[in-house]
Design a protein around this ligand. Structure first.
Ligand code: HXC
Length: 257
């Protein structure tokens, strides 16, 4: 499909989506929301794809929701139209999404990165929730996902002061999984996604589902879900193949069955 605000391509078994509104530092307007949902759905339902990378530009992953589009929205528009509600499609994606973040990931941009399954950041990355400076608060999950990712102290600091944190601080705080040099960012993310895509599909989807449940349910419920999912994987051919290959000291040949 041809998109106005995104570039999409496949690299082997990886789907690559690049936000492409360079003049607005990839500000997230309703077109981006609609097109990104569509692109993710297409990769999610494409059997050849095992994982997705979501990237921005070198200067900005995304500098937030589009302030020019939001400026005139009133309460009734926002509430009745469920403003920003369409972003739920990102977290609803079942295949893993790796965010490759370079430059600004602010407001909705930080929130979009947090909807992905993990963040690989360039040394240049800057994260923040500056909504307070505009008279609003995070509206795409920032108050919830940031607090879960970095804890209450730092989440409050960022959400209440609107300050930015650099990649090193974000990694120390647990927001970022890896930091790499800017020129390595895309390859590092693509290699991580290719690795994920090489593993049995059912196990990958269950692993993502299980880890995500940790944010939602009690420890006892989460452990029960994990054990049931774990047990169910013994019904797959790939479990037999993976374990046989180890015992026979050879490389596994997975079939996603
Ligand atoms: C619309 C944006 C934008 C945004 C940048 N631009 N961010 N347009 N919405 N969020 C546009 C600018 O208007 C400008 O276009 C162009 O991108 C380049 O931006 P500059 O400001 O000239 O670049 P620079 O001086 O390098 O500064 C970069 C920046 C700054 C520090 C990232 O752009 C900035 O502070 N942006 C806003 C960050 C922000 O507040 N994000 C949170 C948004 S609220 P023109 O054509 O004007 O030159 C949000 C809410 C989430 O995300 C949900 C809850 C409601």
């Amino acid at each position: 499909a041809d998109f106005e605000t995104l570039l999409t391509e496949t690299r082997g078994n990886v789907g690559l989506i690049t936000l492409n509104r360079p003049k607005a530092l990839n500000a997230l307007n309703s077109t981006v929301m609609r097109e990104l949902s569509e692109a993710l759905k297409a990769f999610d339902s494409d059997p050849s794809i095992g994982a997705v990378v979501l990237a921005g530009s070198e200067k900005a992953f995304a500098a937030g929701a589009d302030i020019k589009e939001m400026q005139a929205v009133d309460f009734v528009d926002a509430f009745v139209g469920d403003f920003l509600g369409g972003w739920e499609a990102v977290a609803a994606t079942r295949k893993p999404i790796v965010a490759a973040v370079s430059g600004y990931a602010l407001g909705g941009g930080c929130e979009l990165a947090m909807m992905c399954d993990f963040i690989i950041a360039s040394e240049t990355a800057k994260f923040g929730q500056p909504e307070i400076t505009l008279g609003v608060i995070p509206g795409m999950g920032g108050s919830q996902r940031l607090a879960r990712a970095v804890g209450k102290a730092k989440a409050m600091d960022l959400v209440l002061t609107g300050r930015m944190m650099d990649a090193a601080e974000a990694e120390r705080a647990g927001l970022v999984a890896r930091i790499v040099a800017p020129e390595r960012l895309l390859d590092e993310a693509l290699e991580a996604a290719a690795k994920i895509a090489s593993f049995p599909r059912a196990a990958v989807l269950m692993a993502k589902e299980a880890v995500n449940r940790a944010d939602e349910v009690t420890l006892a419920e989460g452990l029960r879900l994990e054990r049931r999912l774990f047990q169910s994987l013994f019904a797959t051919q790939d479990q037999k193949e993976g374990m046989s290959a180890f015992v026979e000291k050879r490389k596994p040949s997975f079939t996603n069955r």
